[in-house]
Design a protein around this ligand. Structure first.
Ligand SMILES: NC(=O)c1ccc[n+]([C@@H]2O[C@H](COP(=O)([O-])OP(=O)(O)OC[C@H]3O[C@@H](n4cnc5c(N)ncnc54)[C@H](OP(=O)(O)O)[C@@H]3O)[C@@H](O)[C@H]2O)c1
Length: 202
């Protein structure tokens, strides 16, 4: 797939490394511009891009940035966008809609007009890099995936599985508070059965 990744830090850099290794055609962008991404591009074979160029022809976009930077993103309307972000008011400032009960994924969908799929926000970047396992391995970690669009959710669930994690259907965007910071599935590396139970118990 042609994948545009915005954010080249812990999560964006890790997705760049893992997805290029799987053979995907990745363009990666950050806030400082493509010239700051030459080492990552050389290491992975990804294309260092501006955010606009990274998303232009992408089949799929992933965003791994501070939530407060979402309004600065290029036009994502109608794009399928993986939202790996977490809202931390200490970092992002107060965002009233989220404080008033919107999930950060819903807010991101409203801000961007994208077809948002919430995924990879629960897993620590080092584990995303190194702890993928073949299907059926008892140590396989679950990654909850929430989206309103069934087709987009399936695309991302397949990608999660390709990366070596069990994709767990976590419902729609308004349910994705069940995988936000502080919930049982957040940062806890649960297997699929425990992740389903954790989502239900949140
Ligand atoms: N760290 C984790 O293990 C982890 C796990 C799950 C989810 N998350 C969430 O994923 C998101 C990213 O976390 P991270 O740890 O990867 O952060 P990070 O290492 O600080 O990287 C953030 C990236 O966002 C880029 N960025 C910031 N503003 C931007 C803008 N306006 N346009 C384009 N790019 C912009 C930064 O660009 P520059 O490089 O140019 O500064 C940087 O590449 C956060 O919402 C975080 O809560 C993190």
């Amino acid at each position: 797939m042609k994948i545009g990744i915005i954010g080249s830090g812990h999560i964006g850099g890790t997705l760049t490394r893992r997805l290029t290794a799987l053979g995907h055609d990745v363009s990666v962008a950050n806030s400082r511009g493509p010239e700051s991404l030459t080492d990552l591009a050389r290491e992975t074979g990804a294309t260092a891009a501006t955010a606009e160029d990274a998303v232009r022809d992408a089949d799929l976009v992933a965003i791994a940035i501070p939530v407060k930077a979402v309004p600065d993103l290029p036009d994502l309307s109608s794009k399928v966008v993986i939202d790996a972000n977490n809202y931390y008011p200490s970092r992002d400032g107060r965002i009233e809609a989220i404080e008033n009960g919107a999930t950060s994924a819903r807010w991101t969908a409203d801000q961007t007009g994208a077809v948002v799929v919430k995924a990879f926000n629960t897993i620590e970047s080092g584990h995303l890099l190194a702890l993928g396992r073949p299907a059926g391995d008892p140590a396989r970690i679950a990654v909850p995936v929430a989206a309103d669009d069934a087709q987009a959710k399936q695309i991302v669930m397949r990608l999660v599985e390709q990366l070596g994690f069990d994709a767990v259907d976590a419902g729609g965007l308004d349910e994705s508070w069940r995988q936000q910071p502080g919930t049982p599935v957040y940062g806890t590396d649960l297997d699929a059965a425990r992740a389903r139970a954790g989502l239900a118990a949140a």
